[in-house]
Write a protein of this length. Structure first.
Length: 275
């Protein structure tokens, strides 16, 4: 069917054929079809950048300046003024300040602390359940973390997997792959001076086996919980993170060695030191 289409390039045909195979497979689910149809592919990049640039102009920009929802006819209760007291409270808001990026390395201890405090297994219950310092749907933890290391002292550059149960990094591929990774991102400048780039993926069936297609919503919520926890811990450790949302799905999936269906990339997190 796709080979009869006109006006598209070979890479488009190959992408469509790949996705059609997924959609028509006997194990297809609504969430797989939705995820497949919201990918960004290389042949779409130029159009997408132009479209997003247009959305930054008026009148689209006015839509981002709309007032928050309010109820004008109901009674109101004033809330006490919040005063930040502890260093932890103050550190949270440091993340909202614009700082110059530092090219300094971070240490393995710092990376380990960041991963453990955001997604490590901190307690194992008698029933075998493993608890982590982040909210997850029924403690199913569908998110996996793949650190891509650029500048960490005494650690080779390359792709790793964070084994939360054992609190170890599993080496998947060594070598300089920063240029390849940046070519997969629509805004490669977001990786400037990053010491490590965390690829957050989801194994959907950890949740959808129980909740069906609606479980896809819960998987995305889980990803949000993890990125927020990373943000809070990084701010406390005087690091800065940048969430990367716009990327070429299939190419990043291939880079870390996952199929993009049973397990797929949800977002990326660039981590760097503050000046």
């Amino acid at each position: 069917m796709v080979t009869k289409m006109t006006g598209i390039k070979q890479e488009q045909i190959e992408a469509l054929a790949r996705d059609e195979k997924i959609i028509r497979s006997p194990i297809d689910c609504l969430y797989e079809i939705f995820h497949c149809n919201t990918k960004i592919r290389r042949y779409e990049v130029k159009w997408r950048k132009i479209n997003l640039k247009e959305k930054e102009k008026s009148p689209f920009l006015e839509l981002t300046r709309m007032d928050q929802k309010t109820y004008s006819t109901v009674s109101k209760i004033a809330l006490p003024k919040v005063v930040l007291k502890t260093e932890h409270e103050k550190s949270i808001f440091k993340g909202y300040n614009i700082k110059r990026h530092s090219a300094k390395e971070i240490t393995l201890d710092q990376l380990g602390e960041l991963l453990y405090l955001s997604y490590g297994v901190i307690k194992e219950l008698p029933n075998g359940k493993k608890l982590r310092p982040v909210l997850s749907t029924d403690n199913l933890y569908p998110i996996e973390i793949y650190p891509i290391i650029f500048k960490i002292r005494n650690i080779k550059e390359g792709i790793y997997h964070y084994n939360a149960k054992k609190h170890i990094l599993e080496t998947l591929k060594c070598g300089d792959i920063k240029d390849k990774l940046m070519s997969c991102c629509l805004n490669p400048e977001l990786l400037t001076n990053a010491a490590v780039f965390l690829v957050l993926t989801a194994i959907f069936k950890r949740v959808t086996f129980k909740y069906g297609d609606r479980g896809y919503r819960y998987v995305l919520l889980d990803a949000g919980h993890v990125t927020e926890k990373l943000y809070l811990i990084a701010a406390f450790m005087d690091m800065e993170i940048t969430i990367v949302r716009e990327f070429l799905d299939d190419e990043i999936n291939d880079l870390i060695g996952i199929n993009g269906v049973d397990e797929a990339t949800i977002c990326g997190v660039a981590i760097r030191r503050r000046d």
